[in-house]
Each structure stands twice: as structure tokens, then as C-alpha cells.
Design a binder for this molecule. Sequence first.
Ligand SMILES: *Cc1c(COP(=O)(O)O)cnc(C)c1O
Length: 238
Amino acid sequence: MAEFVSPRTAELATRLATVRERIALAADAASRAASDITLIAVTKRFPATDVERLAQLGVTDVGENRLPEASQKRSAVAAPLRWHFVGQVQTNKAKAVASCADQVDTVDRLRLVTALARAADSLARPLDCLVQINLDGTPAGATTRGGAHPDDAMAVADAIADSSHLRLCGVMGMAPLGGDPAAAFALLAATAGRIRSVHPTATTISAGMSGDLEAAISAGATHVRIGTAILGARPDLG
Ligand SMILES: *Cc1c(COP(=O)(O)O)cnc(C)c1O
């Protein structure tokens, strides 16, 4: 007897299949194995029930960008998932983020490394970290949407690698709005290569969202962070 599938689960299954197909085609075009690319479903602003549905559909990694939403959702979801924090982290919220994330994908400054290291030490558990690289082409020191200037990335990576409970896994970046994603992802890949030459286990390149996952995979992304293409248009912030 067929199990009842809710309309929302069916809708998520259809969109997820389309995204997986896009990943497979992009991997194929780049002569890469689709199995080498991890899909992170960015579930921000969607309910915990959607996270449960995605877990049932085989999603292993989810991304959230705000407190307290991330921590409430993690408590509400029973499925074993890897929770990524993909939003900007205020230094005074480092412990709350470390408490609800398995990996922080947005570590972009030394003061945040210090705060996360202290939080992970006090929780006595490991915290995976990516160095977020700013790909906007803004000069070092300018105010940005977040991300370390490519020239400052190594210092952030070194600091993560030096702290006892933080694990340096790689880099993350977002293509600039309205810019050329291929050029941005090439800069990210070059920065990743420099960091990996010093820290060989820092193999993650998290790049690519709903609109540009093909360009990211072509440039070597190991992780793509997909929201809208799986979950639909995000509800406005309340
Ligand atoms: C929201 C978000 C995404 C997903 O964006 P979509 O365009 O909806 O796929 C990816 N990465 C980060 C950091 C985000 O905040």
C-alpha cells in the first residue's frame, strides 16, 4: 500500500530531484563525480517540518543564517543532520552559534575565531569552520556583506587551525550580486588552493547557490548551498 505523501513533501521531492539533476549535469560537464559534491539545503525562514521532510528525502546537510531560528529549529528536528551556520556571526553570539551548529561556514575575522574557539573550548566539543572569503573585489578594510579579504584569509585559516577545538575544513564564498560568478569562484578556488597548500585537510570549497551552482561546480565547489530552488520563494522576514 502506498504511503501517504503530503503535497509539501511531494513538492520538495520534485524540486530536490531537479536540483540533484542540475548538480549531476554540472559535475559531468566538469568531468567530476556528482558524489563529490555535497548539497546543503538552506532552510532559513522555512519551518522545522520542512527540515524533517528534507531529511526523509535524503538531505544530509542543512544551513541556517540567524539566531534564535537556527537553535529553535535544531531543537525541534529529531533527524540526524549536519547543521551549518551560514549567516554573519556577531562575536557576542559565538557561543549560541557554536551550540547549535556542527559547522560555521562564515568565519571571517580573527576576533570571531577567538570567540568561537573560546565557545568550543567551553562546550568541550569540536566545531568545524570555513573561512568565508569576500569575493566582491572591495579593498581590504572596506565594509562588506561579510567575508575576509582574500589577502587576510590565510591569517584567519591559521588561527582556526591553531585552536584546539576548531577544525579548519576549507573556504566559503558568495558571488557578488550582479557580478561575474565565474571570476568570483575562480578567486575563491585560488584562495582555497593557497590555504590547502599549508593546511592539507582544508578541502571544502562551499560555493554556489540556486542561481549559480553550475558556475561553482565548474570552478571546483565541493559544497553547494541551495535555498530557493528546493524550498521555493522565502517568506518575508516577520
Ligand atoms: C540564503 C543563502 C543561500 C541560499 O540562497 P538561494 O539563492 O536561495 O539558493 C546560500 N548561502 C547563503 C550564505 C545564504 O544566506
